[in-house]
Ligand binder design. Structure first.
Ligand SMILES: CC(C)(COP(=O)(O)OP(=O)(O)OC[C@H]1O[C@@H](n2cnc3c(N)ncnc32)[C@H](O)[C@@H]1OP(=O)(O)O)[C@@H](O)C(=O)NCCC(=O)NCCS
Length: 148
């Protein structure tokens, strides 16, 4: 497995992964729009030449907002998701960010467990944030610096 920074040639693959992993997937255009933002970093995991997962980060001031971590079902539970997140956290540290944060469906145990294993903790909850099915979002954050 190899992780590379995504470029325009990987947008189609990311949209395919979206379709296979999410009920409300981002379109190719949405992936492109997010990638085109100046302060974004997108990473993709490959098995040989085959894209098997991806994750994105958007930086605002010294804050990192992570989104859309997804790994194809056949490749799950092999450490791919964690490796993508760890690599993205390394980028956050390089950029000297204060924290990395994300939202996750309260019932998404695989994702919550993964994030907790990387040191993310629950800092809040958005009531009925997700639709179809209606569900709370947990706000999970990993602080990257000492808070004075
Ligand atoms: C969440 C997701 C990205 C995890 O990817 P993954 O490559 O399977 O995760 P990893 O193999 O790196 O797992 C790392 C750790 O997370 C936890 N974890 C992952 N999947 C789990 C599961 N199904 N049940 C319980 N814990 C799980 C475990 O602690 C695991 O470590 P372990 O395998 O040593 O026990 C994947 O399940 C996925 O794409 N889901 C659909 C999309 C999604 O929900 N994305 C998150 C949106 S916020």
């Amino acid at each position: 497995m190899m992780i590379k920074e995504m470029t325009a040639e990987h947008i189609k693959a990311a949209a395919e992964i979206e379709k296979l992993c999410f009920v409300h997937p981002w379109s190719e255009q949405s992936v492109k729009d997010e990638m085109d933002k100046e302060n974004s970093i997108f990473l993709m995991a490959f098995d040989g030449e085959t894209p098997i997962g991806y994750v994105g980060l958007s930086v605002v001031f010294d804050e990192g907002y992570m989104g859309n971590l997804a790994v194809l079902e056949a490749y799950r539970r092999k450490g791919v998701g964690k490796a993508l997140m760890q690599e993205l956290l390394n980028e956050c540290v390089k950029l000297d960010l204060a924290f990395a944060t994300l939202e996750v469906r309260a019932s998404n145990t695989p994702a919550v467990k993964l994030y907790e294993s990387l040191g993310f903790t629950e800092v809040g909850r958005r009531k009925n944030y997700y639709k179809e099915p209606l569900e709370d979002a947990l706000l999970l954050t990993k602080f990257l610096k000492e808070i004075n």
